[in-house]
Design a protein around this ligand. Structure first.
Ligand code: G3P
Ligand code: MG
Length: 270
């Protein structure tokens, strides 16, 4: 399908997004990570959301607890009461010992108190795609009811995005792509998405242009290298998810479009 790119997208989000709160500098997806990311000047965060057995949305990347908590096995089979007692900080280091898993509700309160934004990656426990998409969207609509700027929901799972779309069609959505495919833009449009979020190894100027031609914003993950970031900004990128909240702190604080700043700096040098 050929796209004309005439759709105007409401896009209030900043260019720089901190991956899992603060990348690898603090235990991912915990409150400590978000605090650290904010201290480095980031106004938007990516994080991974799944459901407990009793339907509570909480933050965890893996399906299992083993890598990032003192628990074991599949997280989604436990109720929130059991999950809330786990230590999600000690694996990272003594500084964060006892840091708990984070409920979406607690994160929502903190973000809104500080006027910060979020990209919620719906990361279902395998087999729970539809339920997770639906329940996360319902919680987001309730938790951010008073906010003008809603979380950007994203997922690799088409089923989860479709369920989120059916439950809360007005929430902004993005299709995540680990591998670029020729039907990526069409799939995103069918799901009513506003954006594609693409693995940075898969992205170039032509693919960014293809997204734009479909009226989509194009974001990328996970860029931790300054020269790769510059190349992508100059190729028309709209948003970049990074672990390196330390490296990109000055740019995140500026908040302006990095490509425009780079062009202006070149003109100034001439
Ligand atoms: O949402 C972007 C990125 O987080 C997707 O990959 O595995 O880091 O969740 P992953
Ligand atoms: Mg993620």
């Amino acid at each position: 399908m050929t796209h004309t790119g005439t759709n105007a997208v409401f896009w209030p989000y900043p260019c720089w997004i901190a991956h899992r709160g603060a990348g690898k500098l603090a235990p991912e997806n915990t409150m400590a990570a978000f605090r650290l990311g904010a201290e480095h000047g980031f106004a938007m965060f990516e994080c991974d959301v799944k459901l407990s057995a009793d339907g509570e949305p909480f933050l965890l990347h893996d399906a299992e607890l083993d890598r990032t908590t003192n628990g074991q096995g599949v997280a989604g089979v436990l109720k929130w009461d059991a999950l809330s007692r786990l230590d999600a900080g000690s694996w990272h280091g003594r500084t964060y010992a006892g840091e708990p898993l984070l409920r979406l509700e607690s994160l929502a309160r903190w973000l809104q108190a500080l006027g910060l934004m979020v990209n919620l990656e719906i990361k279902p426990t395998p087999g729970e795609e539809v339920r997770t998409g639906r329940v996360v969207a319902q919680h987001v609509a309730r938790l951010w009811a008073q906010s003008q700027i809603k979380p950007l929901l994203s997922s690799f799972s088409v089923e989860a995005l479709r369920a989120a779309q059916e439950a809360q069609p007005d929430l902004p959505r993005a299709l995540l792509l680990d591998k670029w495919s020729r039907d990526a833009v069409d799939t995103a449009l069918v799901l009513g998405c506003q954006a594609l979020v693409v693995n940075q190894t898969q992205l170039d100027e032509e693919r960014i242009a293809a997204g734009h031609a479909g009226g989509l914003k194009v974001l990328t993950y996970t860029v931790n290298d300054a020269s790769r970031a510059s190349t992508l900004w100059l190729s028309g990128l709209d948003g970049l998810i990074t672990d390196r909240v330390d490296l990109f702190e000055p740019q995140a604080r500026l908040g302006a479009n990095p490509a425009r700043l780079m062009v202006e700096a070149e003109e100034f040098a001439c």
